[in-house]
Design a binder for this molecule. Structure first.
Ligand SMILES: Nc1nc2c(ncn2[C@@H]2O[C@H](COP(=O)(O)OP(=O)(O)OP(=O)(O)O)[C@@H](O)[C@H]2O)c(=O)[nH]1
Ligand SMILES: [Mg+2]
Ligand SMILES: [Zn+2]
Length: 299
């Protein structure tokens, strides 16, 4: 047996202000203190920890192979989750989906080189908002992976095989059912699931910090708190268009290499594709919304 003072490998399962829950190689968890130089650790980080007289402490960190980042309330760019293979963007018939939020996640995932899966949850409620399914299928048509899920076991099984043994992070608005889906995938655990308050379509924020769950068949799922908006102001305006998958084949048709895709007179491949109907006006408007809010905005 390794001595208590040896540094042991671990995984950050949840991050609180001054401590983190760390899972060791046997799957047991403990609360650890963090050295000040490791204050940026988040769910999914691979670390080394050791036990001393004052308790368990995280002493080192392995490099991240990927990270999902977004600005915090003060505009500081912060990692949400580390070492993820897949961003599962969850929408539902209620609360009402915002296509622009989906597009923002898709851009962030592209920049972070992380795969995506768009999940329409609450399939049992689709009849109350058929547009939610139409929205999902629009993403399928432009080449994104999609899946529907809901209370049925067969839907959960399909999602389970789509996830495979990846490490995925579940993101999206509050109340869409991220924690509920994870509960269904991990029947032995009971996450906190909030009732979507009557009439308040924004839902209620139940999950307060990202948390990692280990799946018995391999892989991990990271639950994350619901969000209302996803800031991309830190992104270079030139890097937004490549995050719109169906724009990519048209980018070589722009006369200028640094084309903003906003000015028709510049012979823009994206605007030409929009005119031909090869790019949907909704996605183009979403693109304009994002580039007009980045700090390097061409406006
Ligand atoms: N009808 C229906 N309701 C669901 C389904 N999945 C989740 N819900 C309900 O949706 C509400 C919100 O679920 P949560 O899992 O807490 O949502 P969340 O996305 O984790 O929310 P935050 O943690 O706030 O981000 C709860 O009342 C769930 O019971 C579903 O497939 N069908
Ligand atoms: Mg939740
Ligand atoms: Zn262009």
């Amino acid at each position: 047996m390794a001595g208590d003072n040896d540094d042991a490998p671990g995984l950050i399962v949840a991050r609180y202000s001054k401590t983190a829950v760390v899972m060791d190689e046997n799957g047991s968890t403990r609360s650890c203190h963090l050295r000040p130089n490791l204050a940026h650790l988040v769910a999914g980080d691979r670390v080394f920890w050791s036990q001393d007289e004052s308790g368990a402490v995280v002493v080192g960190q392995l490099d991240r192979y990927s990270e999902l980042k977004r600005p915090d309330a003060r505009g500081q760019l912060k990692a949400v989750a580390a070492n993820v293979d897949l961003i599962a963007i969850v929408i539902a018939p209620a609360p009402e989906p915002f296509a622009n939020l989906i597009d923002r996640y898709l851009v962030a995932a592209h920049l972070a080189d992380i795969d995506t899966l768009i999940i329409l949850n609450k399939s049992d409620l689709v009849d109350t908002n058929p547009e939610s399914r139409a929205l999902l299928h629009r993403y399928h048509e432009i080449g994104y992976d999609i899946i529907e899920t809901g209370p049925s076991n067969s839907a959960t099984e399909s999602l389970s095989s789509a996830l495979g043994t990846t490490t995925s992070v579940f993101v999206g608005q509050s109340g869409v059912g991220k924690s509920s889906i994870i509960n269904r995938l991990l029947p032995e655990r009971e996450l906190r699931v909030g009732a979507l308050s009557e009439g308040v379509l924004k839902g209620r924020h139940t999950t307060t910090t990202a948390e990692v769950f280990q799946r018995s068949q391999g892989g991990f799922i990271i639950d994350s708190p619901g969000i209302r908006e996803f800031g991309l102001q830190h992104v270079d305006a030139q890097l937004v268009a490549p995050g719109f998958r169906e724009f990519t084949p048209h980018l070589n048709d722009c006369r200028f290499r640094d084309c903003s895709h906003l000015v028709e007179q510049h012979h823009c491949g994206v605007l030409a594709a929009l005119d031909r109907g090869d790019i949907s006006p909704d996605r183009y408007d979403s693109f304009v919304n994002i580039v007009s809010n980045v700090s390097s905005s061409p406006y």
